[in-house]
Ligand binder design. Structure first.
Ligand code: NAP
Ligand code: F7E
Length: 343
């Protein structure tokens, strides 16, 4: 039985990855942060092993605290380490640039250095991001596309990307980057744009609210399903040699298009009028305002457009996403309709 350690196990991806690895027969350990409230909603179902074991083992630790990382590595002796922990919100990184650098940048180096000292034979996965491409110099983006980060988050992730490459080259660690494009699910945090929309659509359909306010409706992203992307993470660590891989489904859509599909799935057809901050999405059937633009959600520097070319991962890892964009939107709206009791 292989042993895996996941940082960020309480997050969206951590929860799907833990499920995948448990299904594959791994002993799975996760790092959780201490907080005054329990935030383990995404992994609770993995803690209740009916036969007693094996189930997810949790350890208190923090990417800001080297000692906790070395203690956990010495105790768990993992074969594979998935570093998913991060301050992962791009917008919030502008208001917390130093903290974001501490966790999403330096945190990776703390962990890599602990791996080098304690379990140098372990395979290491770094959760790198399409945000590295930022103001992308070409479309679509692949492993050769130059980076141009546009936020404190992306700058921190750039440091982590190169630290991972550096530990591979300098010390011979098996350390790989997955450069993952946006991936979403019903478990997505509620302040990322997709989940913000699907949650609001469900509440509007249930008569619990009237409208939703968003920032840049023009932004285009390559949105896939998180369940498919954790399979790519696992495949990346099964490759013969460590490497860096772009992962995405290869379709781009705007935030406005996401709104159209999500509202339509709940039976509301949107009609858009106006431009810029005056743009409004109304219910075509009765003219009720459903979407407004609030500049509060604009970012000081925006990433306008991201589109993946994941041919290397498709060929080299045999990775194939199963869920397409429209199915993803329907899945998220259905889950939120159910959560608010409207389905
Ligand atoms: P997420 O839902 O925000 O989860 C982040 C995880 O990191 C949570 O478990 C969080 O714990 C943990 N964490 C935050 N600060 C920590 C610290 N100081 N020490 C230890 N753990 C800490 O993110 P996600 O969407 O699952 O993404 C997983 C990783 O992939 C992140 O590194 C993200 O930056 C990266 N990424 C995500 C995407 C995407 O589209 N989802 C794309 C590319 C890359 P709490 O639950 O306690 O907050
Ligand atoms: O924004 C625009 C916003 O916050 C997507 C993280 O997982 O993926 C994620 O980062 C787009 C941006 O994700 C709102 O300006 C409009 O252009 O959902 P998001 P993100 O910034 O792409 C990458 C790959 C990661 O690595 C990150 O960890 O949508 N947008 N209106 C809005 N965004 C938010 N959050 N809220 C709005 O109201």
């Amino acid at each position: 039985m292989k042993t895996a350690l996941i940082t960020g196990v309480t997050g969206q991806d951590g929860s799907y990855l833990a499920e995948l690895l448990l299904d594959k027969g791994y002993a799975v350990h996760g790092v959780v942060r201490r907080s005054s409230t329990f935030n383990r909603g995404r992994i609770d179902h993995l803690r209740k092993g009916s036969g007693g074991d094996p189930y997810l083992h949790l350890h208190y630790g923090d990417l800001g605290d080297t000692e906790s990382l070395t203690t956990i590595l010495a105790e768990v002796q993992p074969d594979e380490i998935y570093n998913l922990a991060a301050q992962s919100h791009v917008g919030i990184s502008f208001t917390m640039p130093t903290y974001t650098g501490e966790v999403s940048g330096l945190g990776t180096v703390r962990l890599l250095e602990a791996v080098r000292q304690i379990v140098p034979q372990a395979r290491f996965y770094q959760a790198s991001s399409s945000e590295l491409f930022g103001q992308a110099l070409e479309v679509p983006q692949n492993e050769q596309t130059p980076f141009h980060p546009r936020s404190p988050y992306a700058v921190a992730k750039l440091y982590s990307f190169w630290a991972t490459v550096n530990f591979r080259e300098a010390y011979g660690l098996y350390a790989s980057n997955g450069i993952l494009f946006n991936h979403e699910s019903p478990r997505r945090g509620e302040n990322f744009v997709t989940r913000k929309i699907t949650r609001a659509v469900a509440e509007i359909a249930a008569g619990q609210r009237d409208w939703l306010s968003l920032g840049n409706l023009e932004a285009r992203r390559d949105w896939g399903f998180a369940g498919d992307f954790v399979d790519a993470m696992w495949r990346i660590l099964q490759a013969d040699d460590p490497d860096d891989w772009v992962v995405g489904i290869g379709e781009e859509h705007s935030v406005r298009e996401f709104c159209d599909l999500a509202f339509a799935h709940a039976g509301i057809e949107l009609e858009w009028t106006g431009t810029g901050t005056e743009e409004v999405g109304r219910d075509r059937a009765n003219g009720t305002t459903r979407v407004l633009v609030n500049p509060r959600y604009f970012r000081p520097a925006e990433v306008d457009r991201l589109l993946s070319d994941a041919s290397k991962a498709r060929q080299g890892l045999g990775w194939e996403p199963k869920v397409g964009f429209e199915e993803l939107v329907r899945m998220m709206v259905d889950a939120d309709l159910e959560a608010v009791g409207a389905k």
